[in-house]
Design a protein around this ligand. Structure first.
Ligand SMILES: [Zn+2]
Length: 503
């Protein structure tokens, strides 16, 4: 942490002004972890201020990842042709056999990647089986703290397994395989709530850097009493709540079959939808769902890369913005993204809107994509206006780009270039809360060579340890890979209206 009385002044750089779409020459004065003033070049600064030379650099507010999973770090690149349902089937293989140290390493390596790629804060929905643990979340919190990345940590919890959550799926499994799937059944929800309470109660990390939240994984993977208990926990401890809603068409159908209404409306009847609530994905939200989220001040974490990678579909970001939904942008986990590159996520948010129809006024502009990946994500994380902008009073989370880099030759419209041309390779330095964590392309907080050696050894161990789980997943994959696409091929209106209208 930077001492509250320490002064730093960044001189000679150019700063992206998103409103004017210009790169303006400006000096930035920082006191402690916060921007104190932004002024003309050579502005006055206290004598004892540390000077950072930003000649030839373009400064922008650190990008904020609104949705990812740190446990995905060690599972990066393990799969290819996966739908969301096949990814969930592979879960016990991908995340199996993990020690507390592995959880730390998995988070550390994605934290390093995000920092090196200009991201300064993240919303992490980490998973542990069968319940979250104090040691597990502590390891992940320590990883972020060690790396120097801001994070909201929401342990994912559920009390209904994937195979029980999709109506008809368990019955489709041959008896031997059904017994295997039954082993994935989760702990009763009270055990998870007890653990969550312990975690929330004993939180010892500085909440300005690492704070907790609550994440029932997927609504229909949680019983209603469990969802209500999560809602109460979030309210009692004043933390955010985040869940995957309408990510895939199969989820939407399962929701209609279970509740007779949309997942969003069901969550609203439980009193969950509000300003501290974030929907992950929302690819299949209907306009009423979006209106409800917008009216209640809720957020959506839009993950276009993951949605394409898993074939989930293209989310309607314009429809969300029109209905005043706060939209943030995320990468999703490394097991389904696979990189953690927020520049790419912004670029895909722009592109995903542009392939949905010929009406260009419905396309997402580059300043809307940048706004979502900074201000929108900040709100989704529960940081309000503290991060996501370069302005007095905001935390000094600043990315320094190399202007003498091909990405920036020439520097025409800097917002267009940031969203459409930058890919993270021009990141020169990164500051989080007034402290340099990346300088001249080198991570100052973590020794990457040591991390690489340890991760490699872990990879070999996990590959051996999860071999039996992989064999089971391979067999389950055949059934899920036939059953779920069958559901997804059904027209949605049969389910939407079938629940309420007698045949
Ligand atoms: Zn996710």
């Amino acid at each position: 942490m930077v001492k509250a009385t320490t002064h730093t002044v960044i001189r000679g750089g150019r700063m992206i002004d998103p409103g004017k779409r210009q790169a303006v020459a400006a000096d930035i004065l920082i006191k402690g972890d916060t921007i104190a003033a932004i002024g003309r070049p050579k502005m006055a600064a206290p004598q004892d201020a540390t000077m950072i030379d930003a000649q030839g650099r373009l400064l922008h507010a650190g990008l904020i990842n609104a949705h990812m999973h740190s446990h995905g770090g060690l599972a990066r690149g393990l799969g290819d042709r996966w739908t969301l349902e096949l990814l969930l089937t592979a879960g016990p293989w991908l995340g199996g056999g993990r020690t507390v140290r592995d959880k730390y390493l998995s988070a550390l390596l994605v934290a390093c990647e995000m920092l090196l790629k200009g991201c300064t804060a993240t919303y992490d929905l980490m998973a542990e089986f069968p319940t979250p643990s104090v040691d597990g979340i502590d390891a992940v919190a320590r990883a972020y703290s060690d790396a120097g990345l801001r994070a909201v940590l929401a342990p994912m919890t559920a009390d209904i397994s994937f195979f029980d959550a999709i109506p008809g799926l368990m019955d489709r499994l041959p008896p031997a395989l059904r017994r295997e799937a039954e082993a994935f059944r989760l702990a009763p929800y009270r055990a998870s709530i007890r653990q969550m309470k312990k975690i929330l109660h004993g939180w010892s990390y500085d909440r300005a850097l690492v704070r907790p939240a609550v994440a029932p994984t997927i609504p229909h993977h949680c019983s209603d009493p469990f969802l209500a208990a999560c809602r109460d926990l979030a309210r009692d401890y004043g933390v955010g709540m985040h869940t995957h809603v309408s990510e895939s068409k199969v989820q939407v159908i399962a929701g209609y079959q279970r509740y007779g209404t949309s997942l969003t409306r069901h969550l609203d009847t439980l009193g969950i939808v509000g300003p501290d609530f974030t929907v992950a994905h929302g690819v299949w939200l209907d306009h009423d769902d979006m209106q409800l989220l917008g009216d209640k001040g809720a957020s959506v974490a839009h993950n276009p890369g993951s949605n394409m990678r898993l074939g989930s579909g293209l989310a309607d970001m314009r429809g969300m913005l029109e209905r005043k939904v706060n939209v943030g942008i995320g990468t999703d986990g490394a097991s389904c993204a696979d990189n953690q590159n927020m520049y790419e996520a912004m670029r895909l948010a722009s592109f995903a809107s542009k392939v949905q129809g010929p009406d260009i006024e419905r396309w997402i502009t580059t300043d809307e994509a940048l706004h979502a990946a900074t201000v929108g994500s900040a709100r989704a994380l529960g940081f309000g206006d503290d991060i996501g902008r370069l302005a007095p009073g905001c935390k000094a989370d600043i990315v320094f780009l190399e202007l003498a880099h091909p990405n920036w030759m020439p520097c025409n419209d800097p917002v267009n270039a940031l969203v459409h041309a930058e890919d993270g390779t021009a990141v020169h330095s990164v500051m989080v809360g007034g402290r340099m964590v990346v300088e001249n392309r080198k991570l100052l907080t973590v020794d990457l060579a040591t991390l690489a050696r340890e991760v490699d050894a872990v990879r070999e161990r996990l590959q051996r340890a999860t071999r039996p789980a992989k064999a089971v997943c391979d067999r389950l994959e055949k059934v899920v890979g036939a059953f779920c696409p069958g559901l997804a091929r059904q027209p949605l209106h049969i389910h939407r209206y079938g629940a309420n209208h007698a045949h």
